[in-house]
Design a protein around this ligand. Structure first.
Ligand SMILES: [Zn+2]
Ligand SMILES: [Zn+2]
Length: 242
């Protein structure tokens, strides 16, 4: 099986990333990807694009260098009820949507119950496809509950390669991802790896995630990145086709 999809990347539109859509698509083609998700930070992130950027995405080509593009958003979860920083009507137009907690960006870490509820409620949103980097002990969560909910609400939990890269600022990502992967393996629930690339050379990067997956002998068939058909079941743009 080939690693063919990376659904979590950013371009200069996100404000703290460094390449264009064209450059990111070219990089994806160079590493053999068939499907690239470009998920710009939603409006609460300082320096990111305006909602007009998201509204106008319909203008942009969805294939470059033989790579299919899914253009969308990385939302900020902004409270313990799982609300996010994009109106539902605009969110419904995104090809792909990731929802993440970014501590300090409208969200202060709460108790395990509060943080778990924030993610659970976000998962219930039919236009949220992936939960980004739920791997930070500063925002503790009940992983058993989240893993089972990911099946119930057809949402993928992400193993974020950035978080696992040495020198990262998230706390205990290795232990937390290990826990998520063990629970997913036990319950036969797929996950997705995201590079969270903020520059072209990181597109498709999954080295640290794969190291952990290999250590755990996590089943390859439960990794959505290897299987376009599987990934498309979870992504707004394709759900109608599946
Ligand atoms: Zn993020
Ligand atoms: Zn990101």
């Amino acid at each position: 099986m080939n690693y063919v999809a990376d659904m979590h990347t950013h371009t200069i539109a996100s404000g703290h990333a460094y390449n264009t859509i064209t450059e990111m698509a070219k990089a994806a083609a160079d590493v053999g990807l068939k499907l690239l998700g470009i998920t710009e930070h939603a409006v609460s992130m300082p320096g990111t694009c305006h909602n007009f950027y998201f509204q106008n995405l319909k203008m942009v080509k969805r294939e470059l260098f033989d790579v299919e593009l899914a253009l969308g958003v990385e939302l900020n979860i902004i409270d313990y009820d799982g609300n996010v920083d994009m109106e539902q009507s605009l969110l419904s137009q995104m090809d792909v949507a990731i929802a993440s907690i970014h501590t300090g960006i409208k969200y202060e870490a709460g108790s395990i119950t509060q943080n778990t509820n924030a993610i659970l409620q976000a998962m219930k949103n039919p236009y949220i496809n992936i939960i980004g980097h739920p791997d930070d002990s500063r925002v503790p969560m009940d992983y058993k509950e989240l893993v089972l909910a990911s099946r119930e609400f057809n949402t993928l939990l992400e193993i974020n390669n950035n978080s696992l890269t040495p020198g990262g600022w998230r706390v205990n990502p290795y232990e937390n991802d290990k826990h998520i992967l063990e629970l997913c393996a036990e319950n036969n629930i797929p996950i997705i790896i995201g590079s969270d690339a903020h520059s072209f050379d990181k597109v498709g990067c999954h080295d640290y995630a794969i190291k952990l997956i290999d250590e755990l002998h996590f089943p390859q068939e439960l990794i959505a990145n290897y299987n376009i058909k599987l990934i498309k079941k979870y992504i707004n743009k394709y759900r109608k086709e599946c």
